[in-house]
Design a protein around this ligand. Structure first.
Ligand SMILES: Nc1nc2c(ncn2[C@@H]2O[C@H](COP(=O)(O)OP(=O)(O)O)[C@@H](O)[C@H]2O)c(=O)[nH]1
Ligand SMILES: [Mg+2]
Length: 224
């Protein structure tokens, strides 16, 4: 982890009684579904979890997560966006909000709902109306100049994950440089380096989510 998250002025806490909603965005193939699976495995015994996936035409990511049995089937909902994936997480978030509310109504108290985007370009961020916090996932093998170029996803997400570090040497990517550039464009907001192939439970990302859940509970307890 590249820095601490404790003083992020953007961090939003959910109102008391509702689940923390965590968006997982980033380009197609960077490892969003693998990270969603990792977080389910790491956190499902400690917290009440549910997942919403977004695909343009299919329900493939939800099907993958159900096959992997990371959560009971009825805790995983697929939203078929039928449009550009970023529209459904940023502009017209109603289908995603309906899916989250439906999960909450079916399962009662939930601590955390993960919302995986359908795969976007570097400019796509979740609306704060949908996600209290968001993680942006980059592929370390996708080019080590990507963090330096910035863009809203890289610069503003609450946590930037640079995944597939196992593939970086094969692709000629300098991961240390990616981390340095990312910390610079992010003004010190945290960066995690992961290989979901080598460490499938993403311990450093799970630890960050645990911290966010603790802070959300603390904020809810302190609210009047
Ligand atoms: N080598 C390697 N492959 C990975 C890693 N993380 C994910 N993958 C693979 O990359 C592909 C795309 O991952 P996926 O999670 O579906 O990406 P998404 O499109 O962002 O949801 C899959 O074949 C994963 O098994 C990693 O850290 N290392
Ligand atoms: Mg996916």
């Amino acid at each position: 982890m590249g820095a601490h998250h404790d003083h992020d002025p953007h961090e939003a806490a959910p109102p008391a009684g509702r689940a923390l909603r965590l968006g997982i965005g980033g380009p197609v193939g960077s490892g969003k579904t693998a990270l969603t699976a990792a977080l389910c495995r790491a956190l499902r015994d400690e917290y009440a979890l549910a997942v919403v996936t977004n695909d343009i035409y299919t329900t493939e990511d939800a099907d993958f997560l159900r096959r992997a049995a990371v959560l009971p089937d009825d805790r995983i909902t697929a939203v078929r966006t039928g449009c550009c994936p970023h529209t459904a997480i940023r502009d017209d978030i109603s289908a995603n909000l309906d899916a989250v509310e439906d999960l909450q109504a079916r399962h009662g108290r939930l601590d955390l709902v993960l919302v995986e985007s359908g795969g976007d370009n570097l400019t796509a961020l979740f609306s704060r109306g949908l996600a209290d916090l968001q993680i942006f996932v980059l592929d370390a093998a996708g080019g080590d100049d990507v963090p330096r170029k910035g863009g809203p996803g890289v610069a503003q997400a609450d946590l930037l994950v640079i995944n597939k570090t196992d593939l970086a040497p094969l692709a000629g990517s300098d991961v240390a440089r990616m981390e340095r550039d990312a910390l610079r464009v992010r003004g010190g907001k945290p960066v995690a380096l992961t290989s979901l192939r080598e460490r499938p439970d993403a311990p450093e990302v799970a630890a960050w989510v645990r911290g966010a859940l603790r802070r959300a509970r603390g904020a809810a307890a302190a609210a009047p």
